[in-house]
Design a protein around this ligand. Structure first.
Ligand code: ARG
Length: 478
């Protein structure tokens, strides 16, 4: 049975067609069916259609201006390309696998539409500089969209920070209650991370934004092209300086993926916190109906699927970076077909990240914070022990290490009595250190604790309000 299936497959793949009309001059037969399948990228690179057409229009106009092709041919080419753009956008364009990729699909259609003038478009360029140009334009657009999405997420987080600038909650280290903080402060930590993510994307953008067009196959061209003009027409800052580098560089895609992976990693940390916080055992927050799912068997369940999926998508985004690094490792200059494998990881990472950012924004905007529960949790676990130690240093002049020791003894006592530090009597406190006075109770409450953390970058509500205001100015202008 197995054998016969194999036979038919082989038989099918052996069928050869006529040679490719775009490059098949020296070929007698067309590619094997398997060759066509492994070679074709149209299924995924059709996403570059708008960039491909924009770059072709810029190239054609430049060729005309430089008198490399006739003005009437430029007009026919540009009109034809604009029609093709419309056809693609209305779904009237039929993409053909035998035409391999977006570049040949568009060019073949153009020639079918306008005749031999279409064949002049490819003067002084190659698919190697063409694909690098299209891809850089695509990544640049994607960076701009990502920046806008991240800004919207920051806005949602800042709004939560403002609403909860004084909402106390436990701050954790090692996922153990450490010191009380405010919910707003916690939100602003993510606003900062995302601010750096946006910075990384913008840094990458500066290096993406250089034009390979006109590098041709690898060596440049003998035609008197104007690379400055095409770079300018496409909004690039400048042409890439070296034609071999221009067609073989993919560090712009790697850098984009690295920025995606770091950003996704940040989102995964918030996602993880939402999973923990929304569990009934914690009950710090309630996720909205819109961003949770129920269980088909357990009616009480309210699952944080969106948060879990954001957490998980980090894996494929980081995988995309490692995948492309591996494709590029050890590749000799200049272009190799290996580089066709650059697009799918970039598209997938970009789609996954975009979905994650938007879902996180929706989740955070619709999140309800359980203030009472946060307050209870903030006071549990001797979270003001550091405040007690600091009081001993400040008011009783103890060296910090001694104060730490005295406080440790009092934590032990409260633990054995199953009460909080603030529930210990003055007598019990003074038994540990006679210099303790009743004014110590002033620092044992969580509100006093957070209010006292007024150092730069600290969690005091006054600081959080000022930080939220500053964040608005830094991140949301524009
Ligand atoms: N589809 C190709 C890619 O994505 C375009 C460049 C092809 N160049 C070539 N010399 N075959 O890389």
């Amino acid at each position: 049975m197995k054998r016969s299936i194999k036979k038919t497959t082989i038989k099918k793949t052996a069928a050869k067609k006529n040679a490719n009309t775009m490059w098949g001059g020296r070929f007698v037969t067309g590619p094997d069916a398997l060759m066509a399948r492994i070679n074709a990228s149209i299924d995924f690179d059709k996403r570059l259609y708008a960039q491909d057409i924009a770059a072709s229009i810029a190239h054609a106009r430049m060729l005309g201006k430089q008198r490399i092709i006739a003005a009437k041919d430029v007009t026919a080419i540009v009109n034809g390309l604009q029609k093709i753009l419309q056809q693609i956008e209305t779904g009237a364009f039929e993409f053909k696998t035998e035409l391999e990729d977006i570049h040949l699909n568009v060019e073949k259609r153009l020639t079918d539409m306008i005749g031999p003038a279409g064949g002049r478009l490819h003067t002084g360029r190659s698919r190697n500089d063409q694909v690098a140009t299209d891809f850089r334009l695509w990544v640049r657009d994607c960076i701009d969209a990502t920046d806008r999405a991240l800004q919207a997420l920051q806005e949602a987080l800042i709004a939560k920070a403002e609403a909860h600038a004084a909402t106390v909650m436990p701050g954790f280290t090692h996922l153990q209650s450490a010191q009380p903080v405010t919910f707003g402060h916690h939100m602003l930590a993510y606003v900062e991370m995302i601010g750096r993510d946006r910075g990384r994307f913008m840094d990458a953008r500066a290096r993406v934004n250089e034009s390979p067009l006109g590098a041709a196959a690898l060596a440049g061209t003998s035609f008197p092209i104007d690379r400055e003009a095409t770079a300018k027409a496409l909004g690039f800052a400048r042409p890439l300086a070296n034609s071999m580098d221009a067609v073989s560089a993919r560090d712009f895609a790697l850098e984009f993926l690295a920025a995606c992976a770091i950003c996704a990693t940040h989102l995964s940390r918030l996602a993880e916190e939402l999973v923990i916080w929304s569990s009934p055992q914690f009950a710090f927050v309630k996720l909205s109906d819109g961003f949770t799912t129920g269980s088909s068997i357990m009616p009480q369940k309210r699952n944080p699927d969106a948060a879990e999926l954001i957490r998980a998508k980090t894996g494929r985004i980081a995988g995309a970076l490692v995948g492309l690094l591996t494709v590029m490792k050890g590749l000799p200059l200049a272009y190799s077909k290996d580089m066709q494998e650059d697009k799918e990881p970039v598209f997938d990472a970009a789609d996954s990240l975009s979905l994650s950012i938007h879902a996180m924004t929706g989740m955070m905007s619709s999140l309800k914070v359980n203030e009472a529960r946060l307050r209870d949790a903030a006071s549990a676990g001797f979270s003001t022990a550091t405040d007690l130690a600091d009081w001993l240093v400040r008011e009783a002049n103890l060296p910090f290490r001694d104060a730490h020791h005295v406080t440790g003894g009092l934590v032990k006592l409260a633990e054995s009595k199953k009460c909080e530090l603030a529930d210990l009597s003055l007598k019990e406190l003074q038994a540990a250190d006679k210099r303790i006075t009743k004014s110590v109770y002033g620092v044992l409450s969580v509100d006093k604790s957070v209010a006292s953390r007024t150092s730069l970058g600290g969690t005091a509500p006054t600081r959080v309000r000022a930080a939220a205001k500053a964040a608005r100015k830094t991140f949301l202008k524009g």
